[in-house]
Design a binder for this molecule. Structure first.
Ligand code: SAM
Length: 173
């Protein structure tokens, strides 16, 4: 059985040349699996915790050195990505997407996802089932006019992991 992060990276299905944004990368475990699949693509991973970014950068030092990965301390709602355009963005277990109103965060993402870009949100909490988690993720994005394109769930060691894939309002067909 694939673990939580392994399943998420399978769902994300990074392609060799894609430019990918990770939000809330923590220790950088998913970042390692994403970078393993990139050739001339690039991963920018952010986290609002400097300690997490330091740990993620250490874990992925080889990918930083060869230019495949960059780790930056930033809170998504205030992040400055310059002229960057991402093919995919993803977040694993980042509370604002499951529990709050991520309006400001989604506005930033809408400016920097490509016209064909997708946002992949993954969430799990020990006391919550997929039936509870999926609508929570959906509600957050739909409130800002995003379109949910796909939903998926996976069970890992007795805990449901939910995934919602969304497109931003400017380009959702
Ligand atoms: C529960 S941890 C999950 C870490 C990793 N993604 C995982 O699944 O193992 C949430 C991480 O997201 C970061 N985070 C939470 N909200 C954030 C935000 N708005 N912008 C950037 N990072 C955020 C936290 O600092 C923390 O490192």
């Amino acid at each position: 059985m694939r673990d939580r992060i392994g399943w998420a990276v399978e769902m994300l299905a990074p392609e060799a040349s894609e430019c990918i944004l990770e939000i809330g990368c923590g220790h950088g475990l998913a970042a390692t699996m994403v970078c393993d699949r990139l050739v001339d693509g690039r991963l920018l991973a952010i986290d609002r915790s400097a300690a997490m970014i330091e740990a993620a950068r250490r874990r992925n030092a080889a990918f930083v050195a060869d230019g495949r990965a960059e780790f930056v301390v930033a809170e998504l709602a205030r992040a400055e990505f310059g002229s960057a355009v991402f093919d995919k963005a993803f977040a694993l277990r980042v509370g604002i997407f499951a529990r709050g109103n991520p309006e400001r965060e989604l506005a930033v993402l809408a400016r920097h996802l490509s016209p064909f870009g997708r946002l992949f949100l993954f969430h799990d909490e020990p006391s919550r089932t997929a039936n509870d988690l999926v609508p929570r993720l959906e509600a957050g994005v739909c409130r800002s006019g995003w379109t949910v394109e796909a939903r998926a769930t996976h069970r890992v060691r007795g805990c449901d992991v939910a995934c919602v894939v969304a497109r931003h309002p400017d380009f959702a067909a």
